[in-house]
Design a protein around this ligand. Structure first.
Ligand code: ATP
Ligand code: MG
Length: 440
């Protein structure tokens, strides 16, 4: 559609060609309005029986909603039009017709259930609010990339077909790789660490992670987007600083570039960019504060993982993004380093939004003997990870890093109820469609 003008750029006095989808047709008898929608917004086109060729009016009124049309005409000021401008057409061409029966209503006037929406996601995305979510998602990712650039990182892409898991066996998706068992990667953890040792030193990756989550929850997907960071010569506190920078820059980017989208979602007024330092609370303090809320039936003790209700109780108590530091080593993965003077206390941390965990990170164990001993302590066979461990024998600097769940960042930023709203084509226990349905 070379030479077309975007709806938002049409000004009074312009002779224009616009192209987009038929959002709405309002026939008032003798006069009719066709609202055309493109990626920039909407523009009204006026058809008037007394002023135009009958054939043009007929074609204008004959289009079906959601057809793709191309309109040539002249633009005039019109205070009653949604954007104060309307086009009086000289030509209308249906570029791609839509069938009159739509599986869902992109104008949003008729609500559809989530499964219907996901089965017809392309049409669902034409809704202003859904469209806005994915524009904001793109801005979060570009802002994160800008933040990584501030930090002097190199972007990497690591394999998604792997021979071993990193985050626990039950969540692995096995695949067949030329007759041998392989898996979809759960995390780029080990690869990004190896890239620190490669001399790239400070790296990030934005890519998919695959986890066969046991339950359907509103905050778990089986394919999610991980925003990973890893840096040589960083300890866990410096990694937390970097994490805070990326999160704040993502919020700031959305505030700066997505005013229209925030408005569409009804969030423009209340959208605040976090500026204060995120509180850093130790795990010990976290369990004490959760216990003090009285929200849990049983009191938490050292070594317990934080249950969802506990996270939520603490979140409303803290009421901002915050870190939980100094976790018991036994509930953090093998690659996390312990505090030097205490083998039970890890440098692992989580960063949470009041609603849920967004990030896990920590300083990594970079000393070969300690790393191998850590594998054995967690019941893992270090031989299986030889491709990873052996590189720790040849000059691996101390390093630290983290992973942000991209969809959780988007979901908490926008207050979405369900993580499925934050991804184009969610994969959950029931859904592997589009494109193919599971036979269950
Ligand atoms: P949770 O305990 O909430 O299931 P986790 O601790 O297993 O998460 P990590 O291995 O720490 O997850 O992964 C780092 C981040 O990736 C998490 O903090 C989260 O934001 C995101 N993440 C992990 N698993 C999923 C998933 N199944 N769906 C969406 N995001 C996920
Ligand atoms: Mg975690």
């Amino acid at each position: 559609m070379d030479g077309r003008t975007l709806a938002s750029a049409v000004g009074p006095g312009d002779t224009v060609t616009v192209a987009g989808w038929v959002h709405e047709i309002r026939d008032l008898g003798g006069i009719a309005f066709v609202i055309i929608r493109d990626r920039s917004g909407k523009i009204q086109v006026k058809f008037e029986e007394d002023e135009m060729e009958a054939d043009l009016v007929e074609r204008g009124l004959g289009v079906t909603r959601e057809s793709v049309v191309r309109v040539e005409g002249e633009a005039f000021e019109e205070p009653r039009a949604p954007t104060n401008v309307e086009i009086v057409p000289s030509e209308l061409e249906t570029v791609a017709p839509a069938e009159p029966e739509l599986p869902l209503d992109p104008s949003g006037k008729v609500d559809a259930e989530l499964p219907t929406r996901l089965d017809n996601r392309t049409l669902d995305l034409r809704k202003d609010e859904v469209h806005a979510v994915f524009q904001i998602r793109a801005t979060i990712l570009s802002s994160a990339r800008a933040a990584f650039d501030d930090l002097g990182c190199t972007e990497i892409n690591t394999p998604k077909i792997v021979a071993t898991g990193t985050e626990g066996g039950t969540e692995l998706f096995p695949i067949t790789y030329f007759g041998e068992e392989a898996f979809m990667n759960q995390s780029p953890q080990l690869f990004k660490q190896l890239m620190v040792g490669s001399g790239l030193e400070r790296v990030f990756e934005i890519g998919p992670i695959f986890r066969a989550e046991e339950h359907n929850t509103p905050r778990h997907l089986n394919e999610a987007t991980s925003i990973d960071f890893e840096s040589a010569f960083y300890d866990h506190t410096e990694a937390m600083d970097a994490c805070e920078h990326v999160i704040k820059r993502a919020y700031a980017g959305v505030k700066e570039s997505c005013h229209q989208e925030l408005e569409t979602l009804g969030l423009a007024e209340d959208f605040t960019v976090p500026t204060d330092e995120f509180p850093r609370i130790t795990y010990q303090e976290a369990i004490e504060r959760i216990n003090a809320t009285g929200e849990l039936e049983a009191q938490l003790v050292w070594g317990d993982d934080l249950p969802t209700e506990g996270e939520r109780a603490l979140g409303s108590d803290v009421d901002s993004h915050y870190f939980i530091t100094d976790w018991p080593s036994e509930i953090k993965p093998f690659y996390i380093k312990d505090h030097n003077d205490d083998s039970t206390l890890s440098t692992g941390f989580d960063m949470l939004h009041p609603r849920m965990e967004l990030v896990s990170g920590g300083q990594r164990e970079h000393r070969y003997e300690h790393l191998v001993a850590g594998f054995e302590a967690q019941g893992l066979n270090p031989d299986q990870f030889e491709y990873y461990t052996k590189m720790f024998k040849y000059g691996m600097p101390p390093h630290a890093g983290w992973a942000i769940g991209g969809e959780r960042l988007l979901m908490t930023m926008l207050g979405l109820d369900n993580i499925r709203e934050a991804v184009l084509f969610p994969r959950d226990r029931q859904r592997l469609s589009p494109w193919t349905h599971r036979n269950t």
